[in-house]
Design a protein around this ligand. Structure first.
Ligand code: G3H
Length: 496
């Protein structure tokens, strides 16, 4: 159970403590932040409102711990990550419970998120062993004007202290996708959990605590964005920021110093369906891609661009599947659960109303109860409607009918976002040519967009972010190259 058994030290009465110097602590502020349950819209959990002074201390400890951690043998760092992965998986039920209560993730998906996170950590440990063991060896005489008297040995060293800010929709998985690579590469890690999702995140951190990482190497500070948000992201001791979330990321990137950034800020993933597509396959992927976790995935299908000639047939198939989606509480493992907050539900409603006023065709009745929104497919959407371009992050999916491939590609590329996209066709040559023309970080052929498997590169362009994620890319991104050059007194011996 969340907050019980092995997790009991995390609680102070009914308030979750923050994690620093290898201990769970109460903030000197005496203040707390409420986390509302999206289903009941009532307070579910409370976390500490940390102060700037506490943030400063966390960075001091992180810096000191990192120096020693960087010198800890790589195989020992990997072993510690494997321990954390195992403990996380052992405690999947308790962590999933927190995910259900604070972000309304359907029960089964919540368990899957925790298991996937354990697998991600283990894979990261293995990948780190492989890629950090290798360096480069260069000889000077390949560059014009040089003799063979300089030998360069380069390897990857850690950046220092990584600040990780995961989003509410995957507070565990998108936290460990940052923590794992940072730690295996020899960095220290400061985590700022999202407010909704903080308690799941803190439980995950406790698994790292139980795995026996050095004191101060990992910390998790909770609190009000207004008090510690900018303070964290602009802190002079941050050497790298890995952020996943909304357009706050753009502001963070503007204010951050001269440090590597890994930012993933959302998507408006287009799904182009050609005339020759397998429409059953396309329809299943549109429903899974568009409505799973109530559309609250950056990789969700967010606009369907269907050829006129097959649009009616496709829409009918999608509608038949939408009708079977169950709507209700996450505890009952419903397909559609309440969206994360009232403001999010209001935003979605605004997009839907705009489309309705401008003449879009609704295949389902618009229905909302608190944060719970029934799934809708909005057809005959035109480019003058907000929903054609904006990211609802909810179970509402627009369909735009297109006459040419170029029209589909244009809509995909004219968007501010460029995370993923997908194309459905049986003509593989056409699929590859379209994928090549779609300006997004990834294009899926004959499947819905998705980040996983977690070792695949994952990146967005334009407002979808900077830097590439995926296990290997994240490890590389959280390191820098260090070279040692051996300068010989002259070229090698000239023999006989
Ligand atoms: O919400 C953003 C996530 O990176 C999406 O991950 O494709 O595994 O759902 P996913």
């Amino acid at each position: 159970m969340a907050g019980k058994g092995v997790f009991k030290d995390m609680l102070d009465g009914e308030v979750y403590k923050y994690y620093a110097d290898g201990e769970w602590k109460r903030s000197s502020s005496g203040g707390t932040v409420n986390i509302l349950n999206p289903s009941t819209r009532k307070p579910q959990y409370k976390v500490q409102a940390c102060t700037q002074e506490e943030v400063n201390k966390v960075f001091d400890s992180a810096k000191a711990a990192q120096k020693l951690w960087a010198k800890t043998p790589l195989w020992k760092r990997a072993e510690a990550l494997h321990r954390a992965a195992a403990i996380l998986k052992e405690n999947k039920v308790a962590i999933a419970e927190a995910l259900v209560k604070e972000v309304a993730k359907p029960q089964k998906d919540a368990v899957t998120e925790v298991v996937r996170s354990g697998d991600l950590i283990s894979y990261t440990a293995e990948e780190g062993i492989r890629i950090l063991a290798e360096g480069k060896f260069l000889v000077s005489d390949s560059f014009p004007g040089n003799d063979r008297n300089k030998l360069c040995m380069s390897s990857k060293i850690p950046l220092g202290v990584v600040l990780a800010i995961p989003p509410f929709n995957y507070p565990v998985n998108l936290a460990v996708s940052k923590i794992g690579p940072a730690l295996i590469a020899g960095n220290a890690l400061v985590l700022k959990p999202p407010t909704q999702g903080a308690v799941s995140c803190l439980h995950m951190v406790h698994c790292f605590h139980l795995a026996g990482f050095p004191k101060g190497l990992i910390s998790a500070v909770t609190g009000k964005g207004s008090e510690i948000g900018d303070f964290l992201t602009m802190h002079p001791m941050v050497n790298c920021i890995s952020f996943t979330g909304g357009d706050t990321g753009i502001a963070i990137a503007r204010k951050a110093g001269m440090i590597p950034l890994q930012m993933e800020l959302g998507g408006k993933d287009a799904c182009i369906v050609l005339e020759d597509a397998d429409l059953d396959l396309a329809a299943s992927n549109i429903v899974k891609g568009g409505y799973s976790y109530s559309g609250q995935r950056c990789t969700a299908v967010k606009v369907v661009l269907a050829f006129e000639s097959i649009a009616d047939m496709l829409v009918a198939k999608v509608n038949a599947k939408v009708a079977k989606l169950t709507v209700g509480p996450p505890e009952e493992d419903s397909d559609i659960t309440p969206v994360v907050s009232e403001s999010s539900a209001n935003f979605i409603e605004g997009l839907v109303k705009d489309a309705k006023e401008k003449g879009a065709k609704f295949h389902q009745e618009w229905k909302r109860d608190g944060n719970l929104i029934w799934p809708v497919l909005i057809d005959h959407v035109r480019p003058d409607m907000r929903i054609a371009w904006e990211e609802p992050f909810g179970p509402v999916l627009p369909v735009i009918r297109i006459k040419t491939v170029e029209e589909g590609i244009h809509h995909c590329n004219a968007n501010n976002f460029g995370l993923q996209g997908c194309v459905f066709t049986k003509d593989i040559n056409k699929a590859i040519m379209i994928a090549d023309a779609m300006e997004t970080g990834t294009v899926q052929i004959n499947s819905a967009p998705a980040r996983g498997p977690d070792h695949f590169p994952f990146q967005g362009i334009r407002d979808s972010g900077v830097g590439s994620q995926g296990i290997t890319n994240s490890i590389n991104m959280m390191t820098k190259t260090k070279s040692t050059v051996i300068n010989l007194p002259g070229p090698s011996y000239q023999m006989g």
